[in-house]
Write a protein that binds this ligand. Structure first.
Ligand SMILES: N[C@@H](CCC(=O)N[C@@H](CS)C(=O)NCC(=O)O)C(=O)O
Length: 226
């Protein structure tokens, strides 16, 4: 089912950017970025299936992997949220939301951008799948738990004395990393800086608009209600 759920200034004929959005998924971070950028965009909605909460088959018509997010801007179709974040910031950011090319911070930014999906999500996904195996997953648990501690300790330390992962303002790296912290849920209890950071990011007006437009988002359950 596709419906137009968000449109800011342009008429239907002029809208070019479509964000294919699966409920309770990484596409929420793309809606957040679109709001930070004050983009004109449409949301094309998909509902997770039941009882196994996978994406519906229609998403495969947009991209062969059938996963969310996918962004379509005219002739350009991009899957993989980090690539979409880079594209939107490059094309529509007017220099905002990333450090200047060639600076040390730029390469820190690239590192965090890749880290979010390339490293930090892995132990969380393993925990998710191992959780379905019950006692059968017992041999895996120590390794999964130590990797969660390794990665979340690393991110907690990275926020010592700073408000954002890179530089002095919001960047695409924060957009990528917040989803990891949301997916972590109660894991953050032991990481006060990450918890405060998550609350601060979720308090941004653009984040709130993205939640309103995106629809119910269970991963924001720790969000302070205004
Ligand atoms: N690394 C990819 C992961 C994409 C992904 O796995 N998306 C999930 C939603 S969070 C999905 O579509 N799952 C449904 C399915 O696999 O059927 C990204 O960052 O975009």
């Amino acid at each position: 089912m596709a419906d137009v759920a968000a449109r800011t200034k342009l008429s239907k004929e002029q809208v070019v950017i479509k964000i294919h959005h699966l409920n309770n998924s990484r596409s929420q971070r793309i809606l957040w970025l679109a709001e930070e950028l004050e983009l004109d965009y449409e949301i094309v909605r998909y509902q997770r299936q039941s009882p196994v909460p996978l994406a519906p088959p229609e998403l495969k018509k947009i991209h062969p992997l059938g996963k969310s997010p996918v962004m379509v801007d005219g002739a350009t179709t991009i899957a993989e949220s980090g690539a979409i974040v880079e594209y939107l910031i490059d094309v529509y950011g007017r220099g905002r939301f990333r450090p200047a090319h060639g600076t040390t911070d730029y390469w820190k930014y690239v590192e965090w951008m890749h880290y979010a999906e390339g490293s930090a999500m892995l132990p969380l996904m393993l925990a998710l799948y191992a959780g379905t195996l019950g006692d059968g997953a017992a041999p895996l648990r120590p390794r999964i738990d130590s990797e969660i501690a390794n990665h979340f300790g690393y991110m907690e330390d990275a926020l010592t004395g700073r408000s954002y992962f890179v530089g002095d303002g919001l960047t695409g790296a924060d957009i990528q990393l917040l989803f990891v912290l949301e997916a972590a849920g109660e894991v953050l209890e032991g990481y006060p800086r990450l918890r405060d950071y998550r609350t601060r990011m979720q308090g941004r007006p653009a984040y709130g608009r993205a939640i309103t437009k995106g629809g119910p988002y269970d991963l924001a359950r720790n969000r302070a209600r205004e």
